[in-house]
Write a protein that binds this ligand. Structure first.
Ligand code: BT5
Length: 331
């Protein structure tokens, strides 16, 4: 607590020095304690210059997510009721599923600076080096099982609007779980759940966003179809600001979802890049090609084939194609 107060005072004074005596007085602690907290901030990666007779000042901040910085000015009803922040996790989804099984409350957010076993769908991998955002949220909605896929759509709406407002990058949603910028994947969502019969026990909504990592961290075959927000914006992105925006928008859209699923579907439709396009669907149980015409109330994709038959797709990978059989963008 005192450490955060000292940090706040140093940040406010910006380039100016603050003496140990002044800091001690403002916090109501001894100068020795001030010094200990300064050392602890240095261990976290803050550059702090100490000049005898003048005091301390911050010279550099680490590029790390910090609990207090995330909470700064964050007003949410459900999201971030509890924030669990890790330097490293195997998979924030796996951690959040475990925590939910042990009773973690709705809105618990698990965040990691990097993942060693980041998960995509169907056993695929999500490459997760430092410099990006990896988070998973525990949700306990009182909805029937067949409505669970709408959580992915709700999450996609929230992430897309957060990216648009925090980074001014024109992101769009590709059904079911991709966020694209100019046809390249910048973010992916993975929804997992625990359920019995027709009752959902809990859902974990996992979100990976490529923010500042160098693109060469990705294998060439993935890199060709991926991008980062910093590459698109042409500048480094403040991850804390983006994360706050994501939590705020998730909170908003989850609230909307619980009241009116139709409003989420309408927002999804306005932010999507799939509808009206010719798509190729490849899935475990279905593969087809046609025009993506819409989504149904359960979030399934409606594809009109060339023979006019409309297929209802509940899972699969979508590739947008230019003409029959010609790939324009893919997974
Ligand atoms: C996804 O799967 O897009 C879901 C990604 C969810 C990741 C988050 S991170 C926090 C939470 N914890 C987890 O363990 N997971 C979630 P899918 O649609 O199956 O796409 C996976 C495919 O995307 C891979 O097979 C690669 O081709 C590609 N890919 C992998 N890493 C990528 C990256 N960092 N950026 C862009 N594309 C990537």
């Amino acid at each position: 607590m005192y450490k955060e107060k000292i940090l706040k005072l140093l940040r406010i004074s910006k380039a100016g020095f603050l003496s140990g005596e002044e800091l001690a007085r403002r916090c109501g602690i001894s100068r020795t304690m001030v010094w200990k907290h300064i050392r602890s901030l240095e261990r976290e990666g803050f550059g702090i210059e100490a000049v005898p007779s003048q005091g301390y000042r911050i010279t550099s901040e680490p590029d790390l997510l910090r609990q207090d910085d995330i909470r700064l000015g964050l007003k949410t009803k459900v999201m971030a009721s509890d924030i669990r922040l890790f330097d490293e996790a195997v998979s924030t989804n796996a951690s959040a599923m475990q925590m939910a099984a042990e009773g973690a409350g709705e809105g618990t957010v698990v965040i990691a600076e990097q993942q060693t076993g980041g998960k995509g769908r169907l056993g695929r991998k999500w490459i997760s080096p430092k410099g990006n955002l990896y988070l998973s949220v525990v949700l306990r909605p009182n909805i029937p099982l067949h409505k669970a896929p709408l959580i992915t759509l709700m999450g996609a709406v929230a992430i897309t609007s957060a990216i648009r407002s925090a980074c001014e990058v024109q992101a769009g949603i590709k059904w079911p779980n991709d966020i694209l910028v100019d046809n390249r994947k910048v973010s992916g969502l993975l929804t997992e759940m625990s359920a019995e019969q027709d009752r959902i026990r809990y859902i974990v909504l996992g979100i990976g966003v490529n923010v500042n990592m160098p693109l060469d961290e990705l294998a060439p075959e993935v890199r060709d179809r991926a991008t980062t927000l910093s590459a698109e914006a042409g500048q480094r992105i403040n991850r804390t600001t983006l994360l706050r925006s994501i939590l705020k928008d998730l909170d908003h859209w989850y609230g909307v979802f619980l009241k009116s699923e139709a409003d989420v579907l309408a927002a999804w439709t306005s932010l999507n890049v799939t509808l009206g396009k010719r798509v190729m669907i490849s899935g475990q149980s279905v593969s087809c090609e046609g025009i993506a015409r819409g989504i149904d109330p359960d979030g399934r994709l409606l594809v009109e084939q060339d023979d006019r038959v409309v297929r209802t797709i509940s899972a699969g990978d979508v590739t947008i194609v230019k003409k029959q059989g010609q790939v324009a963008s893919s997974k």
